[in-house]
Design a protein around this ligand. Structure first.
Ligand SMILES: N[C@@H](CCC(=O)N[C@@H](CS)C(=O)NCC(=O)O)C(=O)O
Length: 226
């Protein structure tokens, strides 16, 4: 089944794309990666994707969109499900995947907050999300001993943490179980393979170019370290 003809339409910095990349590695697919410019979406992409968002997975001539749908599909067509068998547990995992998506949106708003006030608001929101995760997390993985689709959904959030740690201490390690989970996921093989070595550095460069409160903090931390 892993010899499907797969093409993932991607954007380098998109955490939703990274979920799909993690699954592709976890389930040992070979695939082609096509990066697009989201500021200037090509017509062929707009013609196949009703939401105009990445990731899109082309399976032969078929098109899938929405990261959680793509991840479930990749899981289902290969042996060894990354979802719990029990229906209630599976439903709970799906709910926490939704929560991961809402956390990524807050994270994006935090990274791009234009003013200190918005930045502080988003920081509080993010810490609130982490507290919810802390209370519902098993270890070492989200559901216990086994890597699951929930883990793939959250792992890209920690890629962001790596870049933020280079700017300042934002208290991201204050939730101890989340912190341990972060370490577990970052040494999980498919998560490591999906994470480009230079990702944090490139993300910092991108954030630097934005007119955001975080970019001001990044400038300050650079001048302090000189
Ligand atoms: N719910 C979607 C979210 C995907 C998403 O927000 N992708 C962003 C990039 S990270 C995008 O393509 N944005 C382009 C746009 O909104 O025009 C999923 O899980 O796949």
């Amino acid at each position: 089944m892993n010899n499907l003809l797969l093409e993932l339409v991607s954007h380098y910095f998109c955490p939703f794309v990274q979920r799909a990349v993690i699954l592709l590695h976890e389930k040992e697919f070979s695939y082609q990666l096509t990066h697009i410019d989201l500021a200037n979406k090509p017509d062929w992409f707009l013609d196949i994707c009703p939401l105009g968002k990445v990731p899109v997975l082309k399976v032969g001539s078929e098109v899938l969109f929405e990261s959680s749908v793509i991840c479930e599909y990749l899981d289902e067509v290969t042996p060894g499900s990354l979802h719990p068998q029990d229906s209630l547990e599976k439903a709970k995992h799906r709910a926490w995947i939704e929560f991961a998506s809402s956390t990524l949106v807050v994270m994006y708003d935090f990274l791009n907050a234009p003013t200190e006030k918005v930045f502080e608001q988003k920081h509080q929101e993010l810490m609130g999300k982490l507290a919810w995760i802390e209370r519902n997390l098993s270890t070492p993985y989200f559901g216990g001993e086994k890597f699951s689709l929930v883990d793939a959904a959250y792992a890209p959030m920690f890629y962001y943490f790596n870049a933020l740690d280079k700017i300042a201490d934002f208290g991201l390690a204050k939730t101890p179980k989340v912190n341990d989970w972060r370490q577990t996921l970052q040494s999980h093989p498919s998560v490591q393979r999906a994470y480009a070595e230079d990702y944090a550095q490139k993300l910092l460069l991108l954030l630097d170019q934005r007119d955001s409160y975080l970019s001001q903090l990044a400038q300050q931390s650079k001048s302090l370290s000189k």
